[in-house]
Design a protein around this ligand. Structure first.
Ligand SMILES: [Fe+2]
Length: 274
């Protein structure tokens, strides 16, 4: 596992790459040592593909837009799926086109193989929110969760996380930073959250390897994000003794891997709602 730290980019600044099969993709972060990667895939109207080949790594996905039939089931926005390697799943067709966030697992990863990993198909809007797991140090965000997948052998959890609007402590408050022994990955679906690296609005993406101090985070108007914790099914947080000021209004200062195209680092102004 050697995926680079990227925190954070706006997916809107990442250009599409055309694929031989007629789809387009934006690779947001990838492991240089395997084919593990996180990408956005756009299937044009009329696109069809057969089931994933046996040597194709497990495919984990979250629907962002459009509609697509995968293995005979209609999937629409916020559908979640996990297709283990070797499962013979993944045959797809879309009449109107579809956009998916795809977490491709490394080919040959034992935790993604059929027999160890299970196929999953969830219509996530129908799931209840879990509000039982508030961390007292994050109480200001009023978080709720939907756990979509717990990987075998503690290989990682995938979940939706939402925070209520007005998740900002009183002016002058300071908060600790946090660190984990596992990686963290996030794609912002709705709303926005402030971090010391700037304002993560809808389309913001980060991949954070283990051991990186981050936060604090606050949210003025709430957010919905999909998160993964590669390397652990339970998030364990080490809190810093030093407290930091609230990151409200922090300028965009991303951490980017060497070789990142300069256009990925453009500031993206929030869109007006009037
Ligand atoms: Fe964290």
């Amino acid at each position: 596992m050697a995926r680079p730290h990227i925190e954070f980019v706006h997916a809107q600044n990442v250009g599409w790459t055309s694929r031989a099969d007629g789809a387009e993709e934006k690779v947001l972060n990838a492991d240089p040592l395997s084919d593990e990667a996180t990408m956005i895939v756009h299937y044009p109207p009329g696109y069809s593909a057969p089931a994933n080949a046996p040597d194709h790594g497990a495919e984990e996905f979250f629907m962002l837009d459009g509609a697509i039939d995968i293995d005979g089931e209609d999937r629409r926005a916020h559908a979640y799926g996990f297709l283990p390697q070797g499962s013979g799943l993944g045959a797809r067709h879309t009449a109107q086109g579809a956009v998916l966030l795809v977490f491709r697992h490394a080919a040959g990863d034992p935790n993604g193989m059929l027999g160890t990993a299970e196929a999953i198909a969830i219509h996530t809007p129908a799931m209840p929110w879990d509000v039982s797991t508030y961390d007292p140090k994050l109480i200001h965000l009023r978080l709720a969760r939907k756990v979509l997948r717990l990987g075998p052998n503690d290989s990682g959890r995938t979940f939706l996380l939402t925070g209520m609007a007005h998740g900002v402590p009183a002016e002058g408050t300071t908060l600790p930073a946090e660190m984990h022994d596992h990686a963290e990955e996030m794609f912002m679906l709705q709303g926005a959250m402030w971090a010391p690296e700037g304002r993560m609005g809808a389309g913001a993406y980060f991949y954070r390897p283990p051991g990186i101090l981050h936060g604090p985070h606050v949210s003025e108007y709430g957010f919905l994000q999909i998160m993964r914790s590669p390397g652990a099914n339970a998030v364990v947080t080490h809190w810093s003794d030093v407290h930091k000021p609230l990151p409200l209004g922090a300028p965009y200062r991303p951490v980017l891997p060497e070789g990142t195209p300069p256009e990925w680092a453009r500031e993206l102004a929030p869109q007006a709602i009037w």
